[in-house]
Design a protein around this ligand. Structure first.
Ligand code: HEM
Length: 513
């Protein structure tokens, strides 16, 4: 923002950060024309010191990203399920989206085969609601205890400092719950041309709570109106040879040109009674992040449109510093027993405190667009006014009219059952039917690309690991295992424990174009 002129300092005079006018921004202060330099050149010292502090830790995952601002417009009516104001018919909520790849570092090339992050922050009048999802409806693991191990296999080997296909396939072949996501990742949808041409999924089961305090379970979906577009591995090699920033270029240019990307917003809803019936019938847990809810059982309900229409002015301030967290929810939207969601409720705000600092929620891009009242106090970069509206209200309870809790926002009680214990998430869990169903939806060309993509990613992996992984593919569908074995030029590997299932009616949740 420009400053008003004063008699002493016109508005466009360069200053130090303390506001002192700078007489020379070209030549350092030296003893004689050939130097050496003088320590009293505070402008030089300040410039060099500031440069040394221009980097913050990159995100431990999802480091490379692209983002823009937009609006969530609600056109459908799900007021019978939720009292969230941002989800009422006619509501329009400003928001910011940050898309990302998962494994690559901050400077990674965009056109890489990887899951795409699809993180949304809605600035609602009831506080920020963050939906931090991916372009896939499922995930690789179902217990957060395994997340750090999983991510290690995606990042660099400690000795070689290279990514290790052996580590990836060792972990995946020992974690069959990953099959659904692995099948998606190595299908066409694992290498999208950009982020305008992907779907987004909240992925987890959340809850919706209505004005009567009744709860239903919900999944959120964002279906691209631009259609799906993918690159083959060979095309991506060419793209990366020309530009490492293909997604940034695409998203930025589309928005600058007024070609605003849009997604149709949908929910699937499940009552408690349906959850019990569905679990009993299928054996699947509605809170298992490695499973989808088939559309035939739980039809999608269209509720609105998400549109992106403004590029940020400063990438660092607005995209690097945006802090998305599944813990940010608003009245009418709640969590679920999903163990992965529960782990993430802790992890993100903790990451932000480390990456951005204690008061990260006060940064302009994260600041709620509604009044904020809390009693948190000092710490580095405490630059905002007291959040209690009264200097004497710095503790609670108080007699000076400070902010108080409001029981009307309480969620209905959630009945919980069972012993506190460590329950195996593998024993008796069907990891094969849903990935098999996804495989069977692919046409022959899609299947062949899946086999080839998998074989390309498995180069150099020891044969024992390959055979273990192929046995899993065969349990999803014998043709799946056989196709991967063929692409790897290994003998066919049979598995007589294959589950005989037919394709389900979930074409848009799975990796078909
Ligand atoms: C980023 C942890 C699973 C989507 C992150 C970050 C952490 C993290 C620490 C970096 C946050 C930051 O520095 O700003 C975890 C843990 C998980 C998990 C512990 C499992 C227990 C998932 C799942 C999804 C997901 C299942 C999607 C459904 C994302 C996205 C970002 C992210 C999109 C980037 C957010 C942004 O653009 O700022 N995750 N994650 N993560 N994660 Fe996860």
């Amino acid at each position: 923002m420009s400053q008003p002129d004063t008699p002493h300092k016109p508005a466009n005079v360069l200053t130090t950060t303390a506001g002192n006018p700078v007489p020379d921004n070209q030549n350092s202060l030296s003893a004689g024309p050939r130097g050496p330099l003088l320590l009293q050149d505070v402008h030089l010292v300040e410039k060099l010191a500031h440069q040394n502090r221009e980097r913050i830790p990159e995100r431990v995952v999802h480091a490379k990203g692209w983002g823009a601002y937009g609006t969530l417009s609600i056109t459908g009516d799900i007021s019978r399920y939720t009292r969230a104001k941002a989800l009422q018919p006619g509501a329009k909520t400003p928001m910011i989206a940050r898309f990302s790849t998962v494994a690559g570092e901050l400077g990674a090339a965009d056109a890489e085969r990887d899951v795409r992050g699809f993180a949304l922050k809605f600035y609602t009048e009831e506080g920020n609601w963050d939906l931090v999802g991916n372009n896939t409806p499922v995930f690789f693991i179902r217990d957060p205890l395994k997340f750090p191990d999983f991510i290690r296999t995606q990042k660099r080997h400690p000795r070689t400092n290279l990514r290790s296909p052996t580590a990836m396939w060792d972990f995946w072949s020992l974690s069959p719950e990953s099959l659904h996501q692995v099948t998606t990742l190595f299908s066409d949808r694992g290498l999208p041309t950009d982020v305008r041409h992907i779907n987004g999924y909240g992925s987890h089961t959340y809850s919706l709570i209505n004005a009567e305090g009744e709860r239903v379970w919900v999944k959120f979906h964002f279906k691209t109106q631009q259609g799906h577009q993918h690159w083959t591995n060979d095309q991506a090699v060419e793209v990366v040879g020309k530009t490492r920033e293909s997604t940034q270029e695409d998203l930025y240019a589309a928005i600058e040109n007024g070609d605003y990307p849009r997604w149709t917003v949908q929910v699937q809803v499940m009552t408690d009674a349906q959850a019990d019936e569905w679990s009993a019938r299928t054996g699947w847990n509605p809170f298992d992040l490695t499973k989808v809810w088939p559309h035939g059982d739980f039809p999608v309900i269209e509720i609105g449109v998400l549109e992106l229409h403004r590029n940020p002015d400063n990438y660092f301030a607005e995209i690097e510093q945006v802090a998305m967290s599944p813990s940010n929810i608003v009245p009418g939207i709640g969590f679920s027993p999903d163990k992965m969601l529960q782990g993430r409720i802790f992890s993100y705000a903790d990451a932000h405190r480390y990456r951005l600092g204690t008061h990260y929620e006060a940064l302009p891009v994260n600041a709620p667009r509604c009044p904020v009242h809390h009693y948190h106090k000092d710490g580095a970069m405490r630059f905002f006014e007291p959040r209690t509206g009264n200097v004497d209200a710095y503790y609670e309870p108080n007699s000076v009219g400070g902010p108080k809790e409001a029981p009307r926002y309480a969620e209905p009680p959630l009945p919980l059952h069972g012993d506190a214990d460590r329950f195996s998430h593998r024993d008796g869990n069907d990891d094969y039917t849903q990935p098999g169903n996804l495989f069977r939806l692919f046409d022959d060309a899609q299947k062949q690309r899946l086999f080839d993509n998998l074989a390309a990613a498995m180069q150099g992996v020891p044969e024992t690991i390959l055979r273990r992984q192929i046995a899993h593919f065969s349990r999803c569908d014998p043709a799946y295992g056989a196709g991967v074995a063929r692409a790897l030029k290994l003998d066919p590997i049979g598995d007589d424990r294959v589950k005989g299932t037919s394709a389900t009616d979930q074409p848009d949740e799975v990796g078909v174009g």
